[in-house]
Design a protein around this ligand. Structure first.
Ligand SMILES: C[S@@+](CC[C@H](N)C(=O)[O-])C[C@H]1O[C@@H](n2cnc3c(N)ncnc32)[C@H](O)[C@@H]1O
Length: 245
């Protein structure tokens, strides 16, 4: 996992069209369920400024805007943003880094495991600081993250997926120290492309500590997109909190 000098970090190369192909089952049904949960948990209003942090191709930005919410999407991947603009039409999507968020918002959403990407804990914590400085007092931070326990208990070390008649993907997963690491190999015709995903396995307690340290008061924690309360075997860790005045 140690990076060679000058090697591009995994999160700068993986999020392209192939990522969208592999995760196409992450559909609007699931996204709409989470939006319903956000709306009823924080009492989301139409005049509030929302940031979809690490928005990918803007699937959430698009759905929020369709419901009349003022949403900006920010993502590091120019490729995914361009895919989204082609797919959904005009959307307010900007290229940027989650460690240095521009602008001010009433609520910031980090959805579908868009956290824990950096090698150092201090670097991941910088995201909390960046979120805090871009929120108004009393603003909300919503973090939809994995649950390490669920990952450990359900880890399938290798899967093969047929994406199309010519494209096959092998995914190899392992837990290395405190990270879930996935090697992804695309075979498309005669072309082979390799990627890696590596996410720090933050527990609920560790996430709550970061919320508190960064000056947030946590308001709740769900274990799935339907809004069931978190328990140790839950599929997700969805925590939200309010910036203290
Ligand atoms: C798992 S995807 C989730 C995308 C989107 N939230 C969704 O639910 O479809 C993670 C996203 O984080 C983005 N990302 C990775 N590193 C980033 C960074 N340093 N700053 C901003 N976005 C980043 C990737 O480009 C990718 O679009």
């Amino acid at each position: 996992m140690n990076m060679q000098k000058n090697e591009i970090p995994w999160y700068e190369s993986w999020f392209d069209r192939n990522y969208l192909q592999l995760y196409q089952h992450r559909n609007s049904h699931e996204a709409n369920a989470q939006i319903d949960l956000i709306v009823r948990s924080v009492g989301l209003k139409k005049d509030q400024r929302i940031l979809d942090l690490a928005c990918g191709d803007g699937r959430y930005t698009h759905l929020l805007n369709s419901r009349g919410y003022r949403t900006v999407g920010l993502d590091l991947s120019r490729k995914l943003i361009d895919e989204g603009l082609n797919k959904y039409g005009p959307l307010n999507l900007v290229v940027g880094d989650m460690r240095a968020i521009p602008g001010t918002y009433d609520i910031i959403l980090s959805l579908f495991t868009s956290f824990g990407y950096f090698n150092e804990d201090s670097e991941n914590y910088r995201v909390f600081e960046s979120v805090k400085s871009s929120l108004v007092d009393g603003g909300w931070f919503w973090l939809d993250f994995l649950n390490p326990r669920f990952i450990e208990e359900n880890l399938v070390s290798e899967t093969v997926t047929e994406i199309s008649s010519t494209c096959q993907v092998i995914e190899r997963r392992q837990i290395v120290k405190n990270r879930i690491v996935k090697d992804i190999i695309f075979f498309d015709g005669s072309e082979e492309k390799r990627y890696r995903e590596s996410v720090r396995l933050y527990s609920r307690n560790e996430l709550e500590s970061m919320f508190t340290q960064a000056g947030f008061k946590t308001a709740g924690c769900f274990g799935d997109y339907q809004g069931n309360q978190w328990q140790e075997h839950a599929e997700r860790t969805i925590i939200y909190g309010k910036k203290r005045h």
